[in-house]
Design a protein around this ligand. Structure first.
Ligand SMILES: Nc1ncnc2c1ncn2[C@@H]1O[C@H](COP(=O)(O)OP(=O)(O)OP(=O)(O)O)[C@@H](O)[C@H]1O
Ligand SMILES: [Mg+2]
Length: 284
């Protein structure tokens, strides 16, 4: 583990510039041919080492689509993504290995992402092997289990024998074992009970403060952002309509849409100030 020095902290880790994604669908009216719909428009964002950024928006806003572009699982119709200055776009497994080591993903539905035939230990080992990580795998697996608070007695269990929360922690451990520079997490707290939620939030704190890991955390629920993210982006109808400090966003939402989201989160500024004051500072 190592801290982040100031020169690293100032250079963006991941940059997206002018991303567009269109969806081409056959029209139900055959004489109209194919119809095109824009689901992401002019997306610009940059993520620096150690930063924790929230991405919120209602269902259908385009959150998962953006995540898929950032993971190079799908290509953009326009715009560029760069990581540490290198272009990122869909390519072969081998060509993207460097990127997969740096940028990892925690899926929204972890149980579905885990191969039911593999043990917990093998599930955590698999990405280390696939991405040619030259290190002691057994040590990394134990460390990852400890960090997500999963007893090592679960090592030999199969996903079918795990609760939803335990499966979610295995999915998180798979990503954590790789010691990524950036973690993209799709609703990482949903389905977790309160003590496990607290543990995962503490893990994210530690990873960003101590290791300089950056996070992009997707949530439809804005109320988790003050605790998790110093900056929050609001995606609305495929466009980023807010990109500000979480505290400022809650304090004075610039858009009606954000105001409605803040209201829906049932948070008032007085209630969130103590939490934000303790956790919303970037790594030093
Ligand atoms: N394969 C697809 N076929 C048809 N429409 C799609 C497809 N993928 C995405 N869309 C459309 O693109 C828009 C954005 O979808 P996306 O899944 O990115 O939203 P989201 O913000 O992740 O929503 P949710 O919170 O429900 O997961 C939606 O209108 C959706 O219907
Ligand atoms: Mg989604």
């Amino acid at each position: 583990m190592h801290g982040v020095n100031s020169s690293q902290a100032s250079a963006p880790l991941l940059c997206a510039e002018g991303l567009y994604k269109h969806l081409h669908q056959p029209s139900l009216a055959f004489w109209r041919g194919r119809q095109s719909r824009t689901i992401l428009r002019d997306i610009n964002l940059s993520i620096r080492p150690g930063e924790r950024i929230g991405l919120a928006g209602v269902s259908g806003a385009g959150k998962t689509t953006l995540l898929n572009l950032l993971l190079a699982l799908k290509g953009a119709d326009a715009g560029t993504i760069t990581c540490q200055g290198q272009p990122v776009r869909p390519a072969s497994v081998r060509a993207l290995r460097w990127y997969r080591r740096l940028v990892q993903y925690i899926p929204q539905d972890p149980a579905a992402s885990l191969d039911p035939r593999m043990s917990v230990r093998d599930l955590i080992r698999e990405p280390l092997v696939r991405l040619n990580v030259a290190d002691n795998h057994a040590r990394r697996i134990d460390e990852a289990l400890d960090r997500v608070g999963l007893d090592r007695k679960f090592s030999s269990a199969r996903p079918g024998a795990l609760s939803g929360g335990q499966a979610q922690r295995v999915a998180i451990a798979r990503a954590v074992a790789l010691r990524p520079r950036l973690l993209l997490a799709d609703e990482p707290l949903s389905g977790l009970d309160l003590p496990v939620r607290a543990r995962v939030m503490q893990l994210f704190d530690d990873m960003s403060r101590l290791d300089g890991t950056a996070f992009l955390i997707i949530s439809h629920d804005l109320s988790v952002m003050p605790r998790l993210c110093e900056r929050t982006l609001i995606l609305h109808d495929g466009a980023i309509i807010e990109d500000r400090s979480t505290a400022a966003l809650f304090d004075a939402p610039a858009h009606d849409h954000t105001r409605a989201l803040v209201r829906a989160a049932h948070l008032d500024h007085a209630a969130m100030t103590p939490a934000s004051a303790t956790v919303l500072h970037p790594v030093s």
